[in-house]
Design a protein around this ligand. Sequence first.
Ligand SMILES: Cc1cc2nc3c(=O)[nH]c(=O)nc-3n(C[C@H](O)[C@H](O)[C@H](O)COP(=O)(O)OP(=O)(O)OC[C@H]3O[C@@H](n4cnc5c(N)ncnc54)[C@H](O)[C@@H]3O)c2cc1C
Length: 296
Amino acid sequence: MPISRQKNIEYLKNNPDGWDVIVIGGGATGLGVAVDAASRGYKTVLLEQSDFAKSTSSRSTKLVHGGVRYLAQGDVRLVREALHERGRLARNAPHLVKNQKFIIANYKLWEQPFYSVGMKVYDALAGKLNIGRSKIYSKAKVIDAIPQIKHNKLVGGVMYYDGQFDDSRLAVNLMQTATEYGATLVNYVKVTSVQKKFAKVAGVTVKDEFTGEEFSLRGKAVINATGIFVDQILEMDTKDHQATVRPSQGVHLIVDGSFLGGNDAIMVPKTSDGRVLFCVPWHNKVILGTTDTPLK
Ligand SMILES: Cc1cc2nc3c(=O)[nH]c(=O)nc-3n(C[C@H](O)[C@H](O)[C@H](O)COP(=O)(O)OP(=O)(O)OC[C@H]3O[C@@H](n4cnc5c(N)ncnc54)[C@H](O)[C@@H]3O)c2cc1C
């Protein structure tokens, strides 16, 4: 179904009855919320100030994962929930998610049983929605899978499965699905303030970023799905709002596919400075990352 921005803008301006749900932010979260709300029959509008999924949602490591790092931190509930969501996404959208083999290379004898048990727990937490069982790999099998791996002192490895997805395709598919369910999605429309009625948020004022025109929308529920910008919207509601997000920055390096020399990915559970690192094949390249550095 084609989405016409101009038609949608006209519809926003000529809608005196207002909306059941106004979603601010057209990243992965906002688009998912729009699908959910529209599919429950709510009259839904989504407002994105820029391109859809341009912000954090286009900068991911392209993994649909349970979060091995959170397992190491002992957050079992979070990992179970993420693994179940991974399974649901793989089941609902097999054209967007593919199984990706990850190898944890072991250079000390204790590492193989340790990580093997860890990944069995990871498998078990996924329950019936698991996408594949982890296995112990011999040294020869690790080298066969990742020819460029450091051979010196390599003992063997543990292979496990996680999902890989294309974040832009997921965003486009969520947009299409929300539209099919009757939601109105508009980009380059920025929320500039919130409207209140009896001290409760009852709508938003927006600016068309192409024409500069401002207009207001009434809504029974306004959902703030603006990711790292969440505090800017909360400040519109409460002037002395205290910031809730502590910013950090992540960096990916993209290198040639020959860096790994195979189709399997590497997961480094602990770098020398204590981070989890992924090396993931992606369109004949390899994504290395991410770093995560606090900004304040
Ligand atoms: C380096 C890195 C790697 C990651 N890798 C993965 C991964 O491999 N797998 C995974 O599942 N997750 C990953 N994540 C996490 C994932 O990317 C985020 O959880 C997700 O993208 C957050 O989406 P969002 O919609 O909440 O936020 P965003 O994508 O930031 O969307 C918020 C949107 O709100 C809009 N907005 C803000 N203010 C306004 C306004 N006033 N009016 C209108 N619109 C507004 C913004 O323009 C933006 O598009 C990664 C994150 C980072 C930083």
